[in-house]
Design a protein around this ligand. Structure first.
Ligand code: PRT
Ligand code: ZN
Length: 226
């Protein structure tokens, strides 16, 4: 385990919606990488920095356990993992360095369009399919609605039609997926974007100075894009 490697380790999504933007941000900040598709670890060519390319779901835990120094991940995944870890007594702390200008989406509850809906009380006793059971239950408790969940890791949007659930709670960006599946967005329970997080355990001064250089560059890149 390279936990105490002198190289700053940054976890990013290997392949998915955040991969390109995360890599582009680091490159715009001056880090040069040459990625090999099969490799988990990519060395930066001009700084003592390594990229660890993993499933987005693993990124918060790697930071919270101090296995990597920094992580770029969606706030939805970050908060889901944090709630799950709190419930299971695992370390759940991290330091939020920056909210980033990509990966915007919302976690929303949607129902088939033919189902009448007046307000959240209409969710009482319903079964809601989701990939985010902790965020969903957290919301339902906050608003005082007793509903059931069905946890699915994919194809959540077909659950009502398949007879698995009455409603869904899933990420939405344009709304096209809901529309295509005859669903209507009824409640937004969480708004998300990509975030840069750091482990809470102390870093060497060498790693800290790379981060001190990185943050103003990120601010500059994001301001230029506004
Ligand atoms: O393999 P890995 O586990 O790393 O990837 P993944 O499949 O879990 O995640 P991925 O790549 O789909 O998404 C990564 C992150 O991108 C999410 O955790 C969010 O933070 C962010 N993001 C932003 C989105 C969306 N927008 C989004 N629209 N993630 C997923 N979607 C999906 C949504 O689940 C639904 O299926 O897109 C569909 C809805 O999109 P619209 O445009 O039709 O509304
Ligand atoms: Zn994932």
């Amino acid at each position: 385990v390279q936990q105490n490697s002198s190289r700053l380790t940054i976890a990013i999504q290997k392949s998915g919606r955040l991969s390109q933007a995360s890599l582009a941000l680091l490159e715009a900040c001056g880090f040069r990488f040459s990625l090999h598709e099969a490799k988990l670890l990519a060395h930066c060519q001009n700084q003592p920095v390594d990229l660890l390319r993993v499933r987005d779901d693993d990124i918060p835990g790697l930071v919270m356990d101090g296995v990597v120094d920094l992580g770029l991940v969606g706030e939805n995944v970050l908060e889901e993992v944090r709630l799950k870890r709190l419930a299971t007594q695992l370390e759940a702390k991290f330091k939020l360095l920056r909210s980033l200008d990509y990966g915007q989406c919302r976690l929303a509850i949607a129902l088939p369009k033919e189902v009448p809906y007046q307000g959240i009380q209409d969710l009482v006793g319903k079964r809601i399919a989701t990939t985010y059971p902790y965020l969903l239950q957290n919301y339902l408790q906050r608003v005082g609605v007793a509903a059931n969940t069905a946890v699915l890791t994919g194809s959540v949007e077909v659950a009502p039609r398949a007879g698995l659930a009455d409603a869904i709670c899933d990420l939405v960006s344009t709304g096209a997926t809901l529309e295509a599946n005859g669903l209507v967005e009824r409640e937004v329970i969480f708004r998300s974007q990509a975030q840069l997080i750091q482990r809470t355990t102390p870093l060497s001064s060498a790693k800290q100075s790379i981060i001190d250089q990185l943050l103003p560059r990120i601010d500059g890149v994001q301001q230029a894009r506004e």
